[in-house]
Design a binder for this molecule. Structure first.
Ligand SMILES: [Zn+2]
Length: 601
């Protein structure tokens, strides 16, 4: 074996093929691309031909990580391309190797045993009901996952059997490792068992992240262990609690704002009110002053316009534009009167919206929409696995949709996976949560225990400051933003060149792109992303804005006396329900009946 330098971080994944890309390797390639890792394929016999001359192979693959899909090597036996000696040749040439596709069979067991110098033996099935555990000392690349359990596992999930105490298990099921790091011939090897890799294009109707631990997070963990900062990573993790509906009164249902601000200060978190613009003239001066003077703890964002049933489910773009313009003028009037700034964030009433609503939000230059799951009501569920694990969904007319969660959905595993996938923690609730404020306090403490560096901010800062970063092959930095505004931070001690990208599918609607308010040139890359190049000095922070043209379609919004009476009645009935009836279950039921009879809803 020739002497070698210590392994460097690879920058591309090389996948051997036997005339076609094996389905498992196709899924691995999709996960790698999702993580920011470039992929190449090459026929196995060609790789072996080059590898047999290590001087040539080492030069050619100095920055490559080889994929060993055990099923591909097994299949290659019939083509006589494989002999056990080739493992020595490959690990002599490649500094990084990812071994996956580990099935329960003797061929795979012997291949894994040879590659691990006998430290890994048989492969078996996991015990039903067991859970995955990520090692507490798994390293920085695992983020907040270290020390946590995820599961339960599926019945066909696979584990390595090993009795070697020297083994470095990154993740295990029970006592059996499923993700293992090993050094061989001065190469870094990662062995991945567990379950089959997820198809990122598969349809989903689950919005929790934990079911994707084994099939998505675990293989991404393997990639991060090999590729380090070449993979997309979050630098700032934000959380925001959003309470729907309250008017800014001293007391709204179970909310007493003077008590709430004490609670926010004591437990150091932030609450945003999803504010109904219709209520813009009704704020208490004292409560508004509380919001104006404490933007670190309290903020406002949009919650519809009139909050009539399904107002943003409309397919009438003119109606939607009018609604957004009226909502904006109401919020600006509220800001002028009270001094309370508001976020350009929309939380849809009843979580219902149409694709046209996303169009209207984009051309009215909102920053993002936040919703409790779901998809536009005017189309069947179009969501796929890649949408659910991405920081935001961009497929609805190019306008970013962030998902929020209810407190009871955020156990330690979900919190850690939000951080791992670069998703801000957006928490949705109503005033009723303050009936049991301990639930909120324990959530805040849970978040702090899992991701201590989480920053509690207003929703707009949370989505704008959730940029992902990775180091490119040429040494420069890449940043990816999702909201229509994105904050870029250079945390290093030297100036660095950044290429900032944002998924875009409405290129023709862009008016201009700005950095810190100054228009800058941009390109649309082959991947359909807007790209802007800039340099950030050490510690510098800049803000990117994508500004869209006003599509100028608007109409007079239901301004007739009947509509105004309908909105007035609806708001007053809702207020009575929230202020008085909500504290009595029988009265809540009576209020719902009354609303159905009066409003037909
Ligand atoms: Zn509401």
């Amino acid at each position: 074996m020739r002497p070698r330098e210590s392994p460097a971080t690879p920058s591309r994944l090389l996948i051997p093929i036997l005339g076609y890309l094996a389905p498992r390797d196709a899924r691995l390639a999709a996960l790698a691309q999702f993580s920011g890792v470039e992929c190449e394929t090459m026929p196995l016999h060609e790789i072996l031909r080059i590898a047999k001359d290590p001087a040539v192979g080492s030069r050619q693959w100095d920055d490559a990580c080889l994929v060993i899909n055990t099923a591909v090597l097994k299949e290659s036996c019939s083509e006589s391309a494989y002999t056990p000696e080739i493992l020595d040749i490959l690990t002599d040439v490649f500094r990084s190797v990812l071994v996956h596709g580990c099935d329960v069979d003797s061929f795979t067991a012997s291949l894994v045993a040879q590659l691990s110098n006998g430290k890994l033996g048989d492969i078996g099935h996991a015990q039903p009901g067991a859970c995955y555990t990520v090692s507490a000392d798994s390293g920085a690349f695992s983020g907040a996952l270290g020390g946590l359990t995820f599961g339960p596992v599926r019945s066909r999930d696979r584990v390595f059997h090993s009795s070697s105490a020297a083994l470095r298990a990154i993740a295990s099921i029970g006592q059996d490792p499923v993700l293992v790091a090993h050094s061989r011939n001065q190469s870094n090897l990662i062995f991945l068992a567990g379950c089959d890799l997820a198809d990122l294009g598969a349809p989903v109707d689950l919005f929790g992240l934990e079911p994707y631990f084994g099939s998505v997070a675990l293989p991404i963990l393997a990639l991060r262990a090999l590729f380090g900062d070449r993979c997309w990573r979050l630098r700032e993790h934000h959380a925001s609690l959003i309470i729907d509906d309250p008017a800014l009164w001293k007391r709204f249902g179970f909310i007493k704002f003077d008590r709430v601000i004490e609670m926010l200060d004591e437990h150091r978190f932030h609450m945003s009110i999803a504010f109904i613009p219709y209520n813009h003239r009704r704020s208490s001066k004292i409560v508004a002053e509380m919001f104006r003077s404490r933007p670190d703890r309290l903020s406002l964002c949009y919650h519809g316009n009139d909050h009539t049933s399904g107002e943003f489910m409309s397919n009438d773009l003119a109606f939607l534009n009018s609604a957004l313009r009226i909502a904006t003028s109401r919020m600006l009037a509220h800001e002028a009167r009270t001094g309370v700034h508001h976020d350009r964030i929309m939380v849809f009433p009843q979580s219902r919206f149409s694709t046209h609503a996303m169009d209207a939000l984009r051309t009215n230059n909102f920053v993002a929409a936040i919703n409790s799951g779901g998809w536009p009501q005017d189309e069947p569920n179009p969501l796929i696995v890649a949408d659910v694990i991405a920081p935001a969904i961009m497929k609805f007319r190019g306008f970013p949709l962030f998902f929020r969660k209810y407190p009871q959905q955020l156990d330690r595993a979900e919190i850690a996976l939000h951080h791992f996938f670069g998703k801000p923690l957006l928490i949705g609730e109503h005033h009723g949560i303050f009936k049991q404020p301990d639930l909120l306090v324990s959530l805040v403490s849970r978040i702090r225990s899992v991701v201590p560096e989480t920053r509690w901010t207003n929703p707009q800062s949370a989505v704008e400051d959730s940029s992902l970063y990775r180091r490119a092959r040429d040494g420069s930095m890449r940043a990816r933003v999702y909201a229509n505004g994105g904050v870029l931070r250079n945390g290093s001690t030297v100036a660095e060149t950044y290429l900032v990208e944002r998924p875009e599918c409405s290129e023709n609607d862009i008016d201009y792109v700005a950095l810190d308010g100054q228009q800058v040139p941009y390109e649309v890359g082959a991947n359909g992303f807007i790209q802007v190049a800039c340099t950030l000095g050490s510690g510098e922070c800049r803000k990117l804005h994508v500004v869209y043209r006003d599509n100028a379609i608007s109409s007079r919004l239901h301004a007739g006396i009947c509509w105004r009476t309908h909105v007035f009645a609806r708001r007053r009935i809702s207020d009575i329900r929230d202020m008085y009836f909500s504290r009595n279950d029988r009265l809540v039921s009576a209020a719902q009946t009354l609303r159905q009879r009066l409003l037909g809803q």
